[in-house]
Design a protein around this ligand. Sequence first.
Ligand code: PLP
Length: 378
Amino acid sequence: MSQKIYVDNAASTPIDPHVIKLMVEIMENHHGNPSSIHSHGRKAKSIVEEARKKVAKIINASVGEVFFTSSATEANNTILMRSVKDLGVKTIISSPTEHDCVLRTLERLESEASVEVIFLKVDHQGDIDTAELESLIIEHKINGKVLVSLMHGNNEVGTLLDIEKVAALCQANEVYFHSDMVQTIGKMEIDVQKTKLSFLSGSGHKFHGPKGVGFFYMNAENIIQPLILGGAQERNMRAGTENSVGIAGLAEALQLYANNRAANIAKVTQLRDYFEQQLLKLIPKVKINALGATNRLPHISSVSFDIGEKGDLLIFNLDIHGISASSGSACSSGIEHDSHVLIAIGHPSHRKTVRFSFSHFNTMEEVDQIVEILCKMQ
Ligand code: PLP
């Protein structure tokens, strides 16, 4: 095979050509520092503020509720760390299938800030039980403020949270709700006037924008202080000279995705469904993780193979054939084992999971080629 196939879009996406064009134009012509008061600075500032307006409009927030960061990792760290300090959160209810940037922050808070962190159970599909969530909220809100932190779409197996239900539950019980929306922002419509969140986070490189730029929404009713200290950028919420090029790229990419949402989602759903149908038909004992989840992300297919020893070479062999997918393994002390998400959903350790994640830039022909290679590897 001569052509490379990229099916690791949950890790990062190719930048949309329109976004590249815009970013190059800004890099070539508008190098000012947004904090400078001269015309170059004012232009850079207006680029950042236009981007903020675009992002705010897409999620139906007010412009003062959107803050740019260097990544979703930074956004999630800021939200969790500062909620404890500034809002007096005493208990955080989360899940074992969150991204590491949430889990590691929760560990830190538990050990250094004496916060009680409680993990919900997840079933074999990665679904949480909202009845369990409700009873935990009721039990713990007597002890002080509670923050619920649950991702909207799981980046490894694709389980989708019923975010409306969780938001309504949190609102009814007057507890804070943060959602890591990195895998869904742009792809799924979110209106923060209808779905009441305290915080949400997103990352440019997951929706065909640039890397190294993220954002968070903070509801005006639960104001926290900055994590990164220094200048007064981002209305004193995040110090450091704004990445005006990246911020403009993020907003443009989000706008493009939102404008073409229905078509893009129809395309990735079609690719994913066809891929899974073919695998289930052609490969013995193959399983799709979280296939039975209440709802799934349209772009992620987490495939569990029963191929014994050969499993360890799957990603390597796919790579040799020019196919970039992602391993469901983590490596510690030189030993490969299932990731924390696969362990949490009870994935059998003798099987091997590979995550294939699609974008609207993929084609049916590519899917056929991947299936052909996978069939040969069995
Ligand atoms: N949260 C989820 C669900 C993710 O998938 C990722 C990236 O893989 C992150 C957070 C971190 O995002 P960033 O790369 O912007 O730090």
